[in-house]
Design a protein around this ligand. Sequence first.
Ligand SMILES: Nc1nc2c(ncn2[C@@H]2O[C@H](COP(=O)(O)OP(=O)(O)OP(=O)(O)O)[C@@H](O)[C@H]2O)c(=O)[nH]1
Ligand SMILES: [Zn+2]
Length: 352
Amino acid sequence: MTLLPTLTEQISRARADLRMGLAVGMGDYTAAAVETLRPDRLAALLELGDAVMAITARRAETLKIPVYDGTLSRIIVPRDAELGWLRAVADPSADLMTPLKGPFRTDRGGETEAHLAAIALAKSAQLLPAVVMVRAKAPAGLAQLSPAACLAALAQESLLHPAAAARLPLLAAEESRLHVFRPEDGGTEHYAVEIGAPDRNLAPLVRLHSACFTGDVLGSLKCDCGPQLHAALAAMGAAKSGVLLYLNQEGRGIGLANKMRAYALQNQGFDTVDANHRLGFEDDERDFRIGAGILRQMGFDRVRLMTNNPRKMDMLRSHGIEVVERVPLILPPGRFNSAYLATKAAKSGHLL
Ligand SMILES: Nc1nc2c(ncn2[C@@H]2O[C@H](COP(=O)(O)OP(=O)(O)OP(=O)(O)O)[C@@H](O)[C@H]2O)c(=O)[nH]1
Ligand SMILES: [Zn+2]
């Protein structure tokens, strides 16, 4: 028995540190997220030694920087580099105005595990996936992680536990309950709306809905999230049975700030997939294992899934939930979201 933090708890702390702009120890390196770094901290970091900036292959492709190992690039940070330069490499918002930020010198060969782990940690903190790293042990007082352990822990399914539940009459269904699930790793909570009393032996209507503040709350016309949310609840209300999981994976897992960066790129003419890539993310950074885990905990192992996204079905199936039927959830496109929906069908495999 110990009062000391477990590896998962140490990772959660390190994630919070990156968000605050603090550096963390990653094996033999000291690493900080470019997005939150302050000029004085950059100067202190550069005093430790020569720095590289690690970016994902996706961002490197946009900047036409070579990727030697298929996953990332390590750009050598000039001794006199200013934070603005690092930020411009990390953040594509000014790409069109200043397309060529190079010439860039890059590192090749050698170990990249610490770089990969630092990028994965920045992504899990919903920060731009760009980190500045110096090969020097982190000074005492900073979080210290082992890259291999960090990568393994971040790839693992996070365990969730029921935190609270109560009856919640809804417009779509008076007989409803809201369950709050809390992950062990200190991350964001996720919710399950249980409508009626779905029979655990039958396959109820289920929807895995990913949070969309702009669509769900503000009624944004750029996507179909709000109408899909309400249509799913209405269908469950009509059936007097169903489970809607509200997963707090805003912006397909990249967070609202990055989603707004992606929207700004879309306003420049890039589509929803290319915008994610230019930011350094994959098209979809969500972890649908969370949904499977919540369903299993609630006693469901067979579902009729309301979705147009085959990835959701595959992920549930490979995590112990039988999808006995796909129930399409298609809303008429509008003036502002037709291009978005067409891109999802053409590039992300969404079914129409
Ligand atoms: N990164 C990014 N996320 C977006 C964009 N537009 C909407 N989103 C997010 O995309 C997610 C959409 O979630 P869902 O509707 O559950 O999923 P889906 O993959 O469209 O699949 P189905 O609706 O089930 O067919 C939400 O997290 C939104 O916040 C965008 O342009 N960029
Ligand atoms: Zn949306």
